[in-house]
Design a protein around this ligand. Structure first.
Ligand SMILES: [Zn+2]
Length: 161
């Protein structure tokens, strides 16, 4: 049975880009996060934002060193798998919220015109983006959550590169 296709609704559909062919600069990441907070208010929490973008968040103890993973699926949706390890609590203003916000930022680089999103910008390392994409997603997550990315970056990214 076909999965109902996810549609991003207003006002988010007017703000949130998709199918980006190049990595925008960090100023765009900051202004986008501010626009989202202004438009969505309390719904700008990472989990609410992920849901509005068609991401189903799954908490799971992961065996690898990823803090979180984004996995495209049918119905124009994603599974967003967030590692339960090193998660301190369920508040959005935590590393968990940062990870979720970071992964939602990755959805901008997917073409979402068909049934299943597919990545547009080349990802040279298996499972993660270019350093430029990772920096962009970190900047967005930092602005949205108010957390400094330097706190989380070493274990999540640098071990992989
Ligand atoms: Zn990433």
């Amino acid at each position: 049975m076909a999965v109902e296709r996810h549609v991003i609704r207003p006002p988010l559909n007017r703000i949130w880009p998709s199918n980006l062919l190049a990595v925008p600069d960090s100023e765009f990441a900051v202004s986008l996060a501010r626009d989202i907070k202004r438009e969505l208010g309390k719904h700008a929490s990472p989990q609410e934002l992920a849901a509005a973008l068609g991401c189903t968040v799954v908490f799971k103890a992961m065996t690898g060193r990823f803090g979180a993973l984004l996995w495209p699926s049918e119905g124009n949706r994603f599974s967003l798998i967030c590692d339960t390890r090193a998660v301190r609590d369920n508040d959005d203003a935590t590393p968990q919220g940062f990870r979720i916000a970071h992964e939602t930022a990755h959805t901008m680089f997917y073409n979402r015109s068909g049934d299943q999103p597919y990545v547009v910008v080349e990802r040279p390392y298996y499972g993660i983006g270019t350093p430029g994409i990772e920096e962009f997603c970190d900047t967005f997550a930092s602005e949205l959550t108010g957390l400094q990315r330097e706190v989380f970056k070493p274990k999540l990214i640098d071990e992989l590169l």
